[in-house]
Write a protein of this length. Structure first.
Length: 359
């Protein structure tokens, strides 16, 4: 009797990407031992690391590896070293954005949960953040990040710069359905975030989401302007269940939401929609702490749990990782970003060691 072999592509990227994704792989290996599973990891170059070696931030070989895998574990890309490159060769645009687009990963799920042990680690009051459990559904392959962008010279010697925010009916409908389905499985509330008082694309977004809501009478839908939403997220975050929004709005509000969880280093994500799923922390390559062993690997480790749950349908194994993280935090272990007085400070590898010990 043969074990089913799961092929996982690992794209570490740049900066702290390799440091944290290595820990997520160790955790997945521990889960494989505990549950007698067969995970086959293959790494690929992406981002600045790929540009330096091949001249492309997303080599064909990496794309082929992703297409041939059951799931992708992604680290992070970007950094000041590549800032001088034309926009399409930048690790962020030519690397991760292009990869999401190529693989059709239009639905980005970003759960924001506050581990009970970390309610006191946030800069916000514990009574505001404790019990928060929301999911940001970020549209990932359209909107402002994928519209036409260019510069053109003006007769007065200046420059005109253009970014465009575009959506089609079907792009809005499909992300709305992902969000409604998720809300249906959770507490039945969906907040659609837009700027419909100013943007034409947002006015239409609101119309389409309202239309889709007719298929989900069991989900209560509310619309909220993005500026008010930014305020509500820190004032009373427990009001939210599932939130759905345009690409850049989701990028910004999810970094903001990470403060509820204690740190950007805590938030995982799943990018779905195509034939394979991609799993990555919501944070970037953190050049300011690269090489210092301070990076919190939990966002990447929890991304590994999402990978097991969504792409491999191994929910018991995913639960095991999430419980191991919660227990490690209960025991007091903290990386620098979530440090609390009197609690043992650990580095990137040591945090993973504790989580593996729990598994
Ligand atoms: P960042 O998310 O890399 O870092 C913001 C702040 O959070 C920094 O102070 C960093 O040290 C801290 N931080 C992030 N992850 C952490 C972790 N795991 N543990 C502890 N602290 C952590 O955002 P920043 O500095 O604006 O961007 C750095 C580079 O990353 C840029 O080139 C940016 O374009 C790129 N980026 C890439 C993303 C991706 O690969 N998906 C996403 C966001 C940014
Ligand atoms: Mg971001």
């Amino acid at each position: 009797e043969g074990l089913e072999m799961y092929k996982i592509a690992v794209l570490p990227g740049d900066g702290i990407g390799p440091e944290i994704s290595a820990q997520a792989v160790r955790v997945l290996e521990a889960v494989a031992r505990r549950f007698n599973r067969d995970f086959y990891f293959t790494s690929g170059l992406v981002g600045g690391a790929a540009y330096d070696e091949t001249g492309s931030p997303l080599p064909e070989k990496t794309l082929a590896l992703c297409r041939d895998s059951d799931a992708i574990l992604f680290g992070a890309v970007g950094g000041p070293r590549w800032d001088h490159l034309p926009v399409n060769l930048r690790p962020e645009v030519g690397g991760i954005l292009a990869l999401r687009k190529e693989l059709g990963l239009y639905a980005n799920l970003r759960p924001v949960r506050v581990f009970p042990a970390l309610a006191g680690a946030s800069t916000l009051k514990p009574e505001v953040v404790s019990g928060v459990d929301l999911v940001i559904v970020r549209e990932l392959t359209g909107g402002l990040y994928f519209g036409k962008k260019y510069r053109e010279p003006l007769p007065d010697g200046g420059t005109r710069v253009v970014d465009t925010l575009e959506y089609t009916t079907s792009e809005i409908e499909r992300i709305a359905r992902v969000a409604f389905n998720l809300a249906r499985q959770r507490r039945g509330k969906l907040t659609s975030v837009d700027k419909a008082n100013v943007l034409e694309s947002s006015r239409y977004w609101r119309e389409v989401v309202t239309g889709v809501s007719r298929d989900y009478p069991d989900v209560s839908l509310e619309h909220m302007y993005v500026d008010n939403c930014a305020m509500q997220l820190v004032k009373n975050p427990k009001q939210f269940d599932v939130m759905v929004m345009e690409n850049m709005f989701g990028d910004i509000l999810s970094d903001q939401s990470s403060v509820l969880s204690g740190s950007l280093g805590m938030l995982a994500s799943a990018s779905l929609g195509g034939n394979t799923g991609l799993y990555e922390p919501i944070h970037g390559s953190a050049p300011d702490i690269t090489g210092t062993r301070q990076a919190n690997p939990i966002a990447s480790i929890l991304s590994g749990a999402m990978l097991l749950r969504f792409s491999l349908q191994l929910s018991e194994e995913a639960d095991c990782i999430e419980k191991a993280v919660a227990e490690t935090l209960n025991q007091g272990y903290r990386t620098a970003d979530i440090a609390q007085p009197g609690m043992p400070l650990v580095n990137t590898t040591q945090m993973a060691d504790q989580i593996i010990a729990q598994i």
